[in-house]
Design a binder for this molecule. Structure first.
Ligand SMILES: [Zn+2]
Length: 112
C-alpha cells in the first residue's frame, strides 16, 4: 500500500467519524425531545416533594440541554466543503444532502 493510500484511508476514517458523531448528536436530540418531557414530569413529581422549584429547575436544565444539542447539530460542518451542512440562508432540519455541495449524509467516498 502506497503512502498516498494511507493518507486517503485515514482521511476517510476521519470523515466517517464525523458522520458517526453527527448521527449520535441527531439521535440524542430525538431522545431529548421525546424522553425529556417524561423525565421532567417525573422529576417534577419526585423532586416536588423535596422543594417547590425543583421541577422548574429540571425543566430549565432539559431545555438548555436541548438547545445546546440543537445548536451542535445545526452547526455541523460538511466534511467535503466545510460549510454548515443544514444552513444556507435558513436552516433545513433533517436534510440528507449538504445545502452547499450536495454531498449525501454519510457518503465517505465522495468526501474530499
Ligand atoms: Zn458540503
Amino acid at each position: 500500500m502506497a503512502e498516498g493510500d494511507n493518507e486517503v484511508a485515514s482521511r476517510e476514517v476521519a470523515v466517517d467519524v464525523r458522520w458517526s458523531l453527527q448521527r449520535r448528536r441527531v439521535r440524542s436530540v430525538w431522545i431529548l425531545l421525546l424522553g425529556g418531557p417524561v423525565v421532567v414530569v417525573g422529576a417534577n413529581f419526585a423532586l416536588g416533594l423535596i422543594c417547590d422549584q425543583c421541577g422548574m429547575v429540571a425543566a430549565v436544565v432539559w431545555i438548555l440541554f436541548l438547545l445546546v444539542r440543537c445548536y451542535q447539530v445545526l452547526g455541523f460542518r460538511c466534511p467535503r466543503c466545510g460549510e454548515q451542512f443544514y444552513i444556507k440562508g435558513s436552516a433545513r432540519w433533517g436534510g440528507k444532502h449538504c445545502l452547499h455541495c450536495g454531498i449525501r449524509f454519510g457518503d465517505v467516498a465522495k468526501a474530499k
